[in-house]
Design a protein around this ligand. Structure first.
Ligand code: KG4
Ligand code: ZN
Length: 358
């Protein structure tokens, strides 16, 4: 089955043709990174205008690259949310227009669940073992999700209470005078750090457990003492504020900024990896999956690999870097599995929903 995926939830205009939810025949992405670098972040109106001008050329390029005519497409999958409303509308309106004229099945896709499906791309998912714990960490989202089996609905275990991990990377990079997007920039300079700063971690534990613990030691105790968590939520805004306090309180030398960046990255990795490990242990997961833009980070991947090996579970991240950040191949993959696993007919117009929940 051939699915055309369309993605415009944030600042990437993307289209892809994917066979049977796995084989990527084409994946075209028009990135707006350079445009948003000027403002150090996304201005929704600017992003929306760019989507409008790029969407049709991007879809045409995806069909051409896949050497597929539009008639050969079996169904269309489009991101319905969550995301920026003005960005989502371009993809949704385009997909609705195709549906109106062709009556091909039209599948609304949840962007976060699509990030999870990025791990299905270019892989034989028949070998996947459940339960699977997935962490999606991107610029807009930070979700820990349990997949009990191949057909069960994803269960949300925890999410961020404030900033997503990628958003924190972007904001901290700005404080440190680095380019947008901040994740790759911080990763690059953190590699040169000799003595990373120890920064706080928001474990969000009940006060009676954590009151006498030093923040950086908590992770180790959580991992070693096999404590159970009731709360898999995340918070990164306190960490960001601490970086801001240190940057504003004194003039930092270049090497101190590098160490601060490394300390920030270490703190984010510690919390993300530890909470994922604890969830995997608690729910007896057989696999741990990492997805979303932040999953491109090698230090994060290395830590996930280390903890997964320690726990004896399989660790997977998307097979290509371009499947970590926003792309339409993952939208087509998510659409394929929805079509396969559900009894719905997918014969309705799609509505954009910026607050769509998983
Ligand atoms: O998944 P994505 O493309 O868009 C959203 O759905 O938000 O993720 C973009 C985010 C940005 O915040 C970016 O800084 C972060 O992913 N990111 C990284 C890395 N590459 C991208 N964060 C940390 N390390 C990286 N190497
Ligand atoms: Zn995304």
């Amino acid at each position: 089955m051939l699915i055309l995926g369309i993605e415009t939830s944030c600042d990437e205009t993307a289209a892809a043709v994917v066979r049977d939810g796995s084989r990527v025949l084409s994946s075209v992405i028009a990135s707006q990174i350079l445009l948003h670098r000027k403002t150090g972040g996304i201005v929704p109106e600017v992003a929306a205008r760019e989507h409008v001008s790029k969407i049709i050329p991007v879809i045409s390029a995806a069909l051409k690259k896949a050497k597929i005519s539009f008639q050969a497409i079996d169904a269309i999958a489009v991101t319905a949310g969550p995301g920026l409303n003005s960005s989502l509308l371009t993809g949704v309106t385009t997909a609705n227009t195709f549906f109106a004229f062709t009556q091909k099945p039209l599948i609304p896709v949840n962007h976060i669940f699509a990030h999870i499906r990025a791990n299905w791309l270019e892989r034989n998912s028949a070998s996947f073992q459940y339960p699977i714990i997935t962490l999606t960490a991107s610029g807009g989202h930070n979700e820990l999700v349990l997949l009990k089996n191949a057909k069960s609905k994803p269960k949300l275990l925890g999410e961020t209470l404030d900033d997503a991990a990628g958003e924190a990377f972007d904001k901290v990079a700005r404080l440190l005078g680095l380019n947008y997007p901040g994740g790759p920039e911080i990763e690059k300079i953190a590699k040169n750090s000799k003595a990373s700063e120890v920064l706080p971690r928001a474990w969000l534990l009940p006060k009676d457990i954590s009151k006498n613990w030093d923040s950086a030691e908590v992770g180790e105790r959580l991992r070693n003492e096999k404590l159970k968590l009731r709360n898999f939520d995340f918070s990164f805004s306190g960490l960001k504020s601490e970086v801001r306090r240190r940057v504003k309180s004194q003039k930092l030398k270049k090497s101190e900024l590098v160490n601060l960046a490394a300390g920030f990255q270490e703190s984010v990795i510690d919390v993300l990896a530890t909470k994922t490990l604890l969830a995997a242990r608690q729910f007896r997961a057989k696999e741990i999956h990492l997805a979303g833009g932040v999953s491109a980070n090698s230090a994060l991947r290395n830590r996930f690999q280390e903890y997964s090996t320690g726990l004896g579970v399989k660790f997977r991240h998307p097979v290509k870097f371009e499947f970590c950040t926003d792309n339409a191949a993952m939208i087509a993959a998510a659409g394929f599995w929805l079509l396969k696993n559900s009894k719905q007919k997918f014969d309705k117009f799609v509505k954009a929903n910026p607050n769509l929940e998983i």
